[in-house]
Design a binder for this molecule. Structure first.
Ligand code: SAH
Ligand code: SF4
Ligand code: F3S
Length: 474
């Protein structure tokens, strides 16, 4: 049972390497592999753009590379373990090609800083998520025979002006980051330490990037942030206007701006935070046909005391109020969530509350995890990681089993409907079939007929499993 999925990035894309031709190649070859959430995959595009601009070309063959970079994730212990294993594989390659530069980027670089140079002797370069503009210089330092580190976090870096080189091969769906960092301090979470303070990107650069993507043939953008609802431009965190001469922009207004780029450009967004998601946002979704009827609203737990220990900033009642608002304002809206099983002090009753909450909401899908203690977090300092491993596992399995029931039930309810599907790729199982998603974010597989990647087609849903729908073009 796969439970290590990161939302928005398929498990089969974890560890994916980038391939992109440079415009003025000067010979250096870059191998860049990404792990973790969509933010990391989006950042890898920024990294590739910066280096391609300096003459690098990308390669999918690590043994052929001059520079090997891994963009890493620290969210759970097993995410870091996977990367350590990968590093030891690179170690072998380095023995054969001592001139090869090996660098760690992203959240693990930020969390472990210099320790990585000492611990993992093969690493030459450690670069945190706000220091990517410095990469060309740092690589030069390493070429000069030194180790190089830059893990400074910034209060204003958003890479707003860097037009990312798109790395996903389908050329139809893309990620656009709108905020960086997180100020929330959920007690279990390492992200505020690895990504720093929250900051929003200039709305005009976001709209321009979306328009450029549409021009290039893209038909769907996902606006990314750890908490998209707290997007704000020209406003302080207290809601005061910074420059009275200039307009302010909140998340609902930003979505409307992006929705107007083109009616054929679908818009998704992730992640919405239950404490900050306002009715404005829901009304914007309801008003614009091209803003998809799908909301990812991580609950983490269905018990109010537990939510307090998690420092999530809402109660079960507040969360249910947000779910009711979604169902009222956007009928037929897909809803998904994240759940953590076995957080500090979780009692059987608290676990049962999570299950009962799931029954009340009936999520389309969920990303479900066992609690993994992270160094320096509030929970590590304040609470004991006291739920035994077997109980964590058992509760997680109960959560997964229930979610599978709900996913299957919701998928079955789609049978007979005719849905607009954006064709994303050829099905990995058969050349004769295509794969796309409905507005509500359900995966659909159908015979290709004469449809092409990037087309919108009307598909009648004829069958399903818990993971996907099947249909025929009508
Ligand atoms: N910003 C998003 C979450 C980003 S992390 C939000 O607030 O919803 C993605 C998910 O990983 C979280 O929603 C949580 O369910 C899970 N997660 C984070 N830290 C974890 C930990 N220490 N152990 C297990 N799961 C964790
Ligand atoms: Fe982590 Fe909470 Fe921020 Fe999400 S909102 S990234 S869970 S601290
Ligand atoms: Fe994302 Fe992992 Fe960092 S989930 S923000 S890459 S810790």
């Amino acid at each position: 049972m796969s439970v290590t999925l990161n939302k928005d990035v398929d498990e089969n894309r974890q560890g994916e390497a980038i391939e992109m031709e440079g415009k003025k190649p000067t010979g250096k070859k870059l191998y860049l592999e990404s792990y973790g959430c969509a933010m990391n995959f989006s950042d890898s595009e920024v990294v590739a753009s910066i280096l391609i601009d300096k003459g690098f070309t990308t390669t999918k063959d690590q043994t052929d590379a001059d520079v090997v970079l891994i963009n890493t994730c620290s969210i759970r212990e097993n995410a870091e373990q996977r990367i350590r294993n990968r590093l030891s594989q690179f170690n072998k390659a380095k023995k054969q090609r001592p001139g090869m530069v090996i660098g760690i980027l992203g959240c693990m670089a930020e969390r472990l800083k210099k320790d990585l140079l000492e611990e993992e002797k093969l690493v030459d370069l450690v670069v945190g998520p706000d220091a990517y503009r410095d990469l060309p210089g740092l690589i030069e330092e390493v070429d000069g025979g030194q180790k190089a580190v830059n893990v400074l976090l910034s209060r204003d870096e958003t890479y707003a002006d860097i037009n990312p080189v798109r790395l996903d091969k389908n050329g139809v769906t893309g990620f656009v980051s709108i905020t960086r960092g997180c100020d929330n301090m959920c007690s279990f979470c390492v992200v505020p330490f690895t990504r720093g303070r929250e900051r929003s990107r200039d709305p005009h650069t976001i709209v321009r990037e979306c328009a450029d993507l549409f021009e290039a043939g893209y038909r769907e953008v996902t606006l990314l942030g750890q908490n998209v609802d707290s997007y704000r431009w020209n406003m302080t965190s207290k809601g005061e206007i910074k420059d009275p001469e200039k307009p302010t922009t909140n998340f609902a207004q930003l979505m409307e701006m992006v929705a107007e780029v083109n009616p054929k450009l679908r818009i998704r967004f992730s992640t919405s935070h239950p404490k900050d998601m306002t009715d404005d946002v829901l009304h914007a979704v309801a008003k614009h046909k091209n803003i998809c009827n799908y909301i990812h609203l991580p609950v983490q737990s269905g018990n109010t005391d537990m939510l307090k220990r998690m420092n999530r900033g809402y109660s079960r009642e507040w969360y249910m109020n947000r779910i009711d608002a979604i169902k009222r304002i956007i009928p037929e809206c897909g809803i998904s969530t994240d759940i953590i099983s076995g957080f500090c002090g979780e009692t059987e009753e608290e676990h049962q509350d999570t299950l009962s909450m799931m029954r009340e909401v009936e999520y389309d899908s969920a990303y479900m995890y066992k609690y993994s203690e992270r160094p320096k977090t509030l929970a590590e300092r304040k609470f004991e990681d006291d739920v035994p491993e077997e109980i964590k596992q058992k509760r997680l399995e109960e959560v997964i089993t229930l979610q599978h029931e709900h996913s299957l039930k919701i998928n079955k309810a789609q049978i007979g409907k005719v849905e607009e599907v954006l064709v994303e790729r050829v099905s990995p199982r058969s050349e004769e079939q295509m794969l796309g998603r409905t507005d509500r974010n359900h995966k659909v597989i159908f015979d290709r007929e004469d449809s092409k990647i990037g087309d919108y087609v009307m598909v009648e849903i004829t069958d399903c499993s818990k993971a996907s729908l099947r249909g025929v073009i009508v």
